[in-house]
Design a protein around this ligand. Structure first.
Ligand code: G6P
Length: 609
């Protein structure tokens, strides 16, 4: 996730306005920053790696000349957070500058084609193909307007993008386009703005136009014009008045970051489906070669590892060992060796216990693989191969969108490994790949239909002293994660364990009205799970079930239920089934009057052991 901004002012300097707007977008990424303005027919650029304030201290982001320009705050996806990879990116002539938020999936093919036409690339980014493509389009047809050249260019892009383009060819315009990355326009009497998000221009205007997927917008001193990318037809849309306070604006109108991030999951899952296949394959190859594989992480990332161990086993017939990072050195430090592989999962890439495991593994010549949301983090620097999960910054301390993205990446790696090992048929592969593709829509549907239900259940059980979270098989990982959410933000003591363990101790806690959450996908564990539900009911427990739509048998047994669409394959089930539990935890925290974004005693990234 990155932030883009652009402005065309009737008069005055654009640079300080761009700088201020980027500060408002900093929550979208902050590993590098850049600006480009047009002045006297010349493109002026400043960019560097580092946080906005650091870069401003060195380069002064306010003194670029010109009344028109674009800016970018970066969250690295392709290419490390280095000056050369910071936006804006330019073409060979240095006359076209582009800022971009999103992922261009076909950039490797496009880059090769452009290099064959003599284009020289400086960065490792996917974005850089865009200015070169525009340049190539204009070279082939010099009479085209900048708008038409951008139209032709974006029609060749696969993936997601919100872009803003400026060029010395038409120095009074910014051309923007959008597909699956946010883009909004702001207008007032003195200027027109484009941005990834409303807060960027809210101090300047509250009149905004939301740009839809497949639209292009031209900003000029005359205002803005929207066109459809498919057929260039003009779209008429009036600005809306935005009545958000600046505080609400940063959260896009949501009361808390956590709720915003729960709602962002469909978009994040779509991004994880755009990962470069090469890295997924590489990771699968390393896992295939390993004699033993440890999946090492803390907190929510550990729960992703736990679920992944079922995926690797069930799909690729590979035994892996999920280990809580703070125990790894004690438990396996002496035995880990050159034949071992540790797949380390860390949203931040900086968790001290996780990095200590990595150090131990490296000292003993084991192979370290990484999955993280922070490109440029320590984990990316020490991993033999790493995958960036591309969830964008997560601000709420309780991990939500990063968990479901981690699971999606793991499922993709497991599928590739299964293929490599010949453990799944082509039909099965196609079936699972199709289901994985549909998950963003499934999660969207769950949020839409179950949020109210979660709210009601939270209201009813807000005074419960303790909760159980139970599942069997891969759903035990979902249970652990549901329990962690409730405990960390609503401060409700909760216990999770594989449901089969009840009778070995925990069931002694159960008495009349004791709430037990059961995760009940229709998989091979269902019959025994129903037995576990009966055991709990017989002792007076209140059953809260997360069930498949239309599962009347379990619904009849349950006191409350939340539903998930039908037909989710077992190995993918933690992704949709955890969503109602995230919502339940969120609304329990609200009911109990706690701020879910900043739970007491916890930190987003724990850098001490
Ligand atoms: C902290 C956070 C958790 C997170 C854990 C691991 O405890 O509060 O939300 O799951 O660290 O963090 P990591 O960045 O390594 O995934």
């Amino acid at each position: 996730m990155c932030g883009i901004f652009g402005c065309v002012l009737n008069d005055g300097n654009a640079a300080p306005i761009i700088h201020a707007a980027l500060k408002k977008l900093e929550y979208r990424g902050y590993d590098s920053v850049g600006e480009a303005t047009l002045h006297n027919g010349e493109l002026c650029i400043k960019k560097d790696q580092g946080k906005i304030d650091e870069v401003h201290k060195i380069h002064n982001l306010d003194d670029l000349p010109g009344n028109l320009g674009v800016g970018h705050t970066r969250w690295a996806t392709h290419g490390a957070p280095l000056e050369v990879n910071a936006h804006p990116h330019v073409d060979c002539s240095g006359g076209i500058a582009v800022v971009h938020n999103g992922i261009i999936e076909n950039f490797v093919e496009l880059k090769l084609e452009l290099e064959n036409h003599g284009h020289v690339f400086k960065s490792k980014t996917d974005t850089e193909v865009i200015p070169h493509l525009i340049e190539e389009t204009l070279k082939a047809n010099p009479s085209l307007s900048l708008t038409d050249a951008v139209l032709e260019t974006v029609r060749k892009l696969d993936g997601s993008y919100a872009i803003a383009v400026i060029s010395t060819k038409e120095p009074d315009k910014i051309v923007c386009a959008r597909y699956e990355s946010p883009l909004v326009i702001g207008v007032n009497e003195n200027a027109v703005y484009c941005a990834s998000d409303i807060p960027a221009f809210l101090p300047l205007t509250n009149r905004a136009v939301i740009i839809e997927d497949g639209e292009l917008v031209v900003l000029s001193p005359e205002g803005f014009e929207i066109r459809k990318i498919a057929d260039s037809s003009v779209v008429v849309r009036e600005p809306k008045l935005i009545d958000w306070t600046p505080q609400m604006a940063v959260k896009q109108g949501y009361p808390h970051f956590m709720l915003k991030e729960i709602h962002e999951q469909p978009a994040c899952l779509r991004n994880t489906l755009r990962l470069q296949e090469h890295y997924l394959d590489l990771m699968a190859t390393f896992l295939d070669r390993a004699r033993e594989v440890f999946l090492v992480a803390c907190g929510t990332s550990y729960h992703a590892c736990l679920a992944a161990s079922y995926m690797f086993s069930k799909l690729a017939f590979l035994a892996t060992y999920p280990v809580i990072a703070s125990e790894f050195v004690e438990q396996h430090g002496k035995s880990v060796n050159i034949d071992s592989t540790i797949l380390t999962v860390s949203q931040s890439g900086e968790t001290a216990d996780t990095l200590a495991s990595v150090n131990c593994a490296r000292e003993r010549a084991a192979t370290v693989l990484g999955l993280t949301n922070a490109i440029g983090s320590t984990l990316t620097r020490v991993s033999r191969v790493y995958i960036g999960q591309q969830s964008g910054p997560e601000i709420g301390v309780a991990a939500t969108k990063t968990f479901t993205s981690q699971l999606s990446v793991m499922a993709q790696v497991a599928l590739r490994l299964a293929k490599k090992r010949g453990k799944v048929s082509q039909d099965e592969m196609d079936f699972l790949a199709e289901k994985l593709d549909k998950l963003p829509d499934t999660v969207e549907a769950i949020i839409q239909t179950q949020e109210e239900k979660a709210k009601q259940i939270a209201k009813k059980y807000k005074d419960a002293k303790t909760f159980f979270f139970l599942g069997r098989g891969i759903s035990s990982a979902t249970a652990y994660e549901g329990r962690l959410k409730l405990m960390e933000i609503a401060y409700v003591p909760s216990i999770a364990f594989p449901a089969g363990e009840s009778k070995h101790g925990p069931i002694s806690l159960v008495e009349q009205g004791f709430p037990v959450v059961f995760i009940c996908p229709k998989d091979g564990t269902r019959r025994t799970l129903i037995g576990n539900i009966m055991e709990m009911k017989a002792r007076g427990a209140s059953i809260i079930a997360v069930v498949e739509e239309g599962d009347e048998e379990i619904k009849k047994l349950a006191d409350e239920y939340m539903e998930v669409p039908k037909g989710i394959p077992e190995v993918l089930s933690p992704i949709p089934y955890v969503v109602p539990l995230q919502l339940l935890a969120y609304y329990m925290a609200i009911e109990k009057g706690h701020n879910p974004d900043t739970p007491r005693n916890l930190a987003k990234s724990v850098t001490v052991k």
